[in-house]
Design a protein around this ligand. Structure first.
Ligand code: HEC
Ligand code: HEC
Length: 428
């Protein structure tokens, strides 16, 4: 349970809320396991984006039922209960909050490598649980007018909204492990606060299974969109922006390196200025890049023939023909990143300092990151050889072994110090 239940008045997520109206469509299109909206065609995605834009001004009235009694606050409260309820899993032992821990920026529980789920909590997931914070501005996956992929939920963007995403964990065998959405609905009907969920969505006891499922999805989305814990903007970085605190010399150096196109160049993907018309930076552009992070040691990668290639599959299936996208994963926000270890989509890196070091030394000291056989470094070993050319080479990358580093050991420490100023809950 979150410590407070203030109702958010920021409305950072109006379009996403509107998208929930389409959530059921995405649900019907989604496959089991990854819970993907993978079959969603580009046309559907575009339609969803357009619908979200047109519905944005009336977002609060697009939820199921939409009677005057169905307030967003009631949906946020119902979603809060659902999110923390282990009864939402088939075996009754795993909640959304089990893998998305508030004290860890709503990411993995502390010290966990990849999340465990399934009925006996012994099935290892494929990917690290990402932070759920600061997703209010994220939109359905689409290609922009220059053909660049952006938006979408999960590391490969296959869910069009947070409402659509909920079916992924509910139905995945290694997560909450329900056999079908009918089984999910049957469970939801037994919850002691079921009547509260119904009234929050302006439904009554005659509600159909499809309506109950949509109410569940909407409540979980409304909770993440409306609970201020997910968009607190209470970091030291924010306090400095507001003139209520100042950076240490090291943190200032770190910020300068972060922004400098010749050095960290971090801000080119982890945007450090607010989106147009807003006041707070989100530290992501919601784009997709291949960084070539090292292969992890996990249940999935025990099979040498298995590769998680992000946008081009195999979890996501609609872009399998786009081999130019293999290895690309969504740029995560860096807000609260000090809390969200392990790092990268496969959790291959354990500490924040090492995650930053990866950028500094991937190309000048690859043997630090990848296996070496007969003196040859197997660089980018978590991608098939054919797709290793997709890996990003712009600064801070793109150097050769032996060249002077773009980022010194001191720079790495300064960057990490700056990243720690992005943790919410700063008290000046
Ligand atoms: C067993 C651990 C586990 C459980 C339980 C779980 N998640 Fe997740 N969550 C993950 C992982 C792993 C990912 C990344 C999945 C991927 O990229 O394919 C994820 C991704 C997400 C995302 C996408 C975030 C983004 O940046 O796009 C959202 C939203 C989310 N989860 C919400 C939920 C909700 C709501 C529930 C409960 C219905 C839930 N999760 C249950 C592990 C879990
Ligand atoms: C070309 C775009 C790009 C640039 C430049 C970039 N990043 Fe990233 N960053 C990403 C992507 C994409 C991921 C996720 C990659 C993955 O998991 O495979 C990521 C992940 C991370 C993570 C792990 C976050 C998590 O939740 O797991 C950290 C930390 C990070 N970046 C810090 C930095 C720093 C510091 C810099 C500058 C030195 C930087 N990034 C530059 C695109 C970029």
């Amino acid at each position: 349970m979150t410590p407070h239940r203030r109702t958010c008045t920021r409305h950072r997520d109006r379009a996403s809320t509107a998208l929930a109206a389409l959530g059921l469509l995405a649900a019907l299109l989604s496959a089991c396991g990854g819970g993907s909206a993978a079959d969603t065609t580009a046309a559907t995605t575009m339609a969803a984006t357009t619908a979200a834009t047109t519905a944005a001004t009336t977002a609060d009235t697009t939820a199921p039922g939409s009677a005057a009694t169905a307030t967003e606050a009631a949906r946020v409260a119902a979603g809060d209960l659902l999110f923390h309820d282990t009864r939402l899993s088939a075996a009754g032992n795993l909640a959304c909050a089990s893998c998305h821990v508030q004290a860890r920026g709503h990411a993995d529980a502390d010290g966990v490598f990849l999340p465990l789920g399934g009925p006996a909590l012994d099935q290892q997931g494929l990917r690290s649980s990402p932070t759920l914070d600061y997703l209010g501005d994220n939109r359905a996956f689409a290609f922009d007018n220059q053909g660049r992929p952006s938006g979408g939920f999960t590391w490969d963007g296959r869910a069009d909204s947070r409402a659509a995403q909920t079916l992924g964990p509910l139905l995945a065998a290694n997560e909450m492990a329900h056999a079908s959405s009918a089984a999910v609905v049957a469970r939801v009907r037994t919850l002691p606060y079921f009547a509260q969920l119904l009234s929050a969505s302006a439904l009554d006891t005659a509600a159909s299974d499809a309506q109950v499922l949509q109410a569940l999805q909407q409540a979980l989305q409304s909770y993440q969109a409306g609970d201020p814990d997910y968009q607190a903007f209470t970091s030291k970085f924010d306090a400095v922006q507001d003139g209520r605190a100042s950076f240490t010399a090291q943190e200032s150096r770190g910020l300068n390196i972060f922004n400098s196109p010749q050095q960290g160049n971090c801000a080119s993907c982890h945007t450090s200025t607010p989106p147009p018309g807003q006041t707070r930076a989100l530290f992501t552009n919601f784009g997709y890049f291949a960084l070539g992070v090292p292969r992890n040691r996990s249940a999935a990668t025990a099979d040498p023939a298995f590769f998680d290639m992000g946008l081009c599959g195999p979890v996501r299936t609609d872009l399998a023909h786009r081999t130019d996208l293999c290895g690309k994963f969504k740029v995560p926000t860096l807000r609260n990143v000090a809390l969200t270890a392990p790092y990268f989509h496969n959790g291959a890196v354990t500490t924040l300092q090492d995650a930053v070091s990866f950028y500094a030394t991937r190309d000048i000291d690859p043997a630090r990151w990848y296996p070496v056989a007969d003196g040859v470094v197997d660089k980018f070993n978590d991608l098939p050889v054919a797709y290793r050319g997709n890996v990003d080479q712009q600064p801070p990358f793109g150097l050769q072994p032996g060249q002077p580093p773009r980022l010194s050991a001191q720079d790495v420490q300064d960057l990490a110090a700056f990243l720690r100023t992005l943790t919410d809950g700063f008290v000046p």
